[in-house]
Design a protein around this ligand. Sequence first.
Ligand code: ADE
Length: 252
Amino acid sequence: MRFDILTLFPNMFSSPLQESILGKAIERGLIQIQTVNIRDFALDKHKVVDDTPYGGGQGMVMKVEPIARAIESVKSQNPSAWTIYLTPQGKPFDQDSARKLSSQPHLVLLCGRYEGVDERVKDLFIDEEISIGDYVLTGGELAAMVLIDAVSRFIPGVLGSDRSAEEDSFFNSLLEYPQYTRPFNFRGSGIPEVLLSGNHSAISLWRRKEALRRTSSRRPDLLTKANLSEEDKKLLEEILKQEKREKAGHGF
Ligand code: ADE
């Protein structure tokens, strides 16, 4: 899969994308990432890429021509590349969006700065606007990195031959269960006995219950989307009863 990132700050991408899992995925040719400096497509000799907003107001707006020329240059190699603008006004990004985007062979990611881009960029060149959360970043670059990371995890082979993002617990709409590794005792804090039992079905049951407990207390909204079995529903009832008892002051 190929990602082209249109940005005024291409250097921001060099280190984060070259480390660890994404770095290996690039080395192995599973993903290709190219940055395109929008400034290289400015029309004048001073390479101006922004201007004051029509109608007045604070800040600067990214000009339409350099962005248009940058997008056209990338799309001349592949006219059907799916073009995304990262903006807090976009559709909220989630695991499902990441999975769907991973089926695109080529994504073009436009990163805005300042007060954003001239509206005509969106009207004429953008297929989809995406937000990574309800907060405002200084630009779309970090949002693009988040998107690339989450999407790449769905590409076969990126997580290794025996793992896939389809198996992530979030993919099943539940939060992950607690994980432990050695030492057994850290400053007096131990680990749940069941994990040492070697009893795989007891361990699976404990993990499922803890995933349900965590989701129910931290993200109850996810439970409505989750595909809960009859056994899950029973476990949830047990969890809620246990919580009630604990609130009433009996810890048993
Ligand atoms: N650019 C600035 N803030 C952003 C956000 N929350 N999501 C996507 N792009 C952005």
